[in-house]
Design a protein around this ligand. Structure first.
Ligand SMILES: Cc1ncc(COP(=O)(O)O)c(C=O)c1O
Length: 468
């Protein structure tokens, strides 16, 4: 089949064009309900939102148009099998961990993973060996796990069967992922990668190599983050077809029994798009955009990274990144995230010439007359490695108490503290609170950074284990 075809989307559009009378779920009846001032929008948005009618296939046991669309995805990404996810990479991460981690065997896990990985490990009740990523000296950004770190972790924990990694980082760095995956495979480990930010890597050789190409066994990608797919649309790829049978039962447990056809169709369309976009050399264009912008922005504004889809810029004086994000919003520029020093922009995969010029002008104008300084910052480094059983942060079987952050250093934290975005836990329940990360947290909150936590954390308290 032609990789540019879109069997699932075609089927939905064809059905909608027959002006069907809906006497089934969903309750909006092809967008005809509710009536009112937004009716036009409802109809446009909901027209393709269908259910498992005859011929529409079933995500949980695909044998028709969904199977065809998934097969095309597997062909494009050159995998053993590819599965559609309607609950984001979150659900893919939960499924891949459940399929391959056993409670009795330690799992080696990159420490700066997204909270969905931590939640999965927590639910399984697995013992974890956390390995710290390395941080770039200049930028302070994570470069993933180094080969050196993985070699010593595998040496120290020979019994580990599974390695869990996250790559590329939110800021677009892959570090030594290729060598790390290859080394793990040489040592007969299962490699599971949260590649939420990497669904586009396959579309041009000038993007960093994806962990799938490096040989990982299971790779989860948020198509919605970097491809034109609807929010929550994601892919789960397995290298060996046989592993599909280990994953599917878990997807049946974690995914809705009424998966969104609109999301699934957008995954079909996104794959067709990314297959087509290849011939336009998207990475080459993006790198050219980076180069031109770097030349026109104040010195030290541009922060180098490895994935040109992501653009990292330093905030000018006297702003923090979080404050600078708000300034940009006033000029209708909405970035993906910001932190103490940086703003992070996700660029369109295919940057058309006119769009590039407009975007460049807006960014250059925003920085006109500004001065940028590089600041040395204390980063929230993690211990080289720690062995821990992840505690159920919300179901503790020991006594806990609230403690003021100022006096909490040295105590054992009983909840995850999650700056959001990026959703990477700064503290994980069971870890010992250290001054460095506390300092980072206070700065983050003082500057208006968001947390996905209960109110007490925002009020300067943390839940800790009660000392006996
Ligand atoms: C590295 C990483 N993994 C997983 C996720 C979860 O992805 P999703 O939002 O598709 O569920 C995110 C979301 O930001 C992420 O950044």
């Amino acid at each position: 089949m032609n990789t540019k075809s879109t069997p699932l989307l075609d089927h939905l559009v064809h059905h909608a064009d027959t002006d069907p009378i809906s006497l089934h779920v969903p309750g909006h009846k092809n967008g005809k309900l509710p009536k009112g001032i937004y009716q036009e929008y409802y109809e446009t948005i909901m027209r393709l939102d269908q259910t498992e009618l005859p011929g529409f296939d079933d995500l949980h046991a695909p044998s028709g148009v969904i199977q065809q669309a998934e097969k095309l995805t597997a062909e494009h990404y050159q995998t053993g099998a590819s599965m559609f996810l309607v609950g984001g990479s979150t659900v893919g991460n939960l499924a891949m961990l459940s399929a391959f981690c056993r409670p009795s065997v330690p799992v080696i896990v990159q420490r700066d993973v997204h909270q969905s990985i931590i939640h999965g490990l927590e639910m399984i009740g697995v013992e974890v060996v956390f390995v710290s990523p390395t941080f770039d000296e200049q930028t302070g950004l994570s470069k993933g796990v180094s080969l050196h770190t993985l070699v010593s972790a595998i040496d120290a924990y020979k019994e580990a069967e599974v390695i869990v990694l996250s790559s590329p980082s939110y800021f677009g760095n892959v570090g030594e992922i290729q060598r790390v995956v290859q080394y793990a495979k040489m040592n007969d480990k299962r490699v599971l990668v949260d590649e939420a930010h990497g669904a586009h890597l396959h579309s041009d050789e000038q993007f960093p190599l994806s962990s799938l190409e490096a040989g990982a066994d299971v790779v989860v990608q948020s198509a919605h983050k970097t491809l034109p797919a609807l929010t929550m649309g994601a892919y789960l790829h397995v290298k060996n077809k046989d592993d599909e049978q280990r994953i599917r039962p878990w997807l049946r447990r974690f995914q809705s029994s009424s998966p969104s056809y609109v999301i699934m169709a957008s995954l079909d369309a996104a794959r067709a798009y990314v297959a087509e976009v290849r011939s336009n050399e998207p990475a080459k264009r993006l790198w050219a955009f980076h180069d031109e912008l770097k030349a026109r922005l104040p010195k030290d504004t541009y922060v180098p990274n490895e994935d040109p889809l992501k653009l990292v810029l330093r905030a000018p004086e006297p702003y923090t990144g979080l404050q600078w994000e708000k300034v940009l919003q006033k000029q209708q520029i909405y970035v993906e995230l910001s932190n103490h020093d940086y703003v992070l922009l996700f660029l369109p995969l295919l940057l058309e010439d006119e769009e590039a010029i407009d975007l460049k002008t807006r960014i250059v104008d925003a920085y006109a007359g500004q001065r940028v300084m590089i600041k040395k910052r204390q980063l929230p480094h993690y211990p080289a490695y720690t062995r821990a059983t992840i505690e159920k942060a919300f179901l503790v079987d020991y006594e806990v108490e609230l403690c003021s952050m100022e006096t909490s250093a040295g105590k054992v934290i009983a909840e995850n503290i999650v700056p959001y975005p990026p959703g990477i836990p700064l503290f994980i329940a069971g870890e010992t609170i250290d001054v460095r990360r506390l300092h980072y947290l206070s700065e983050w909150m003082a500057q208006g950074g968001k947390l996905q936590n209960e109110e007490h954390v925002r009020n300067g308290q943390v839940l800790v284990r009660k000392s006996r």
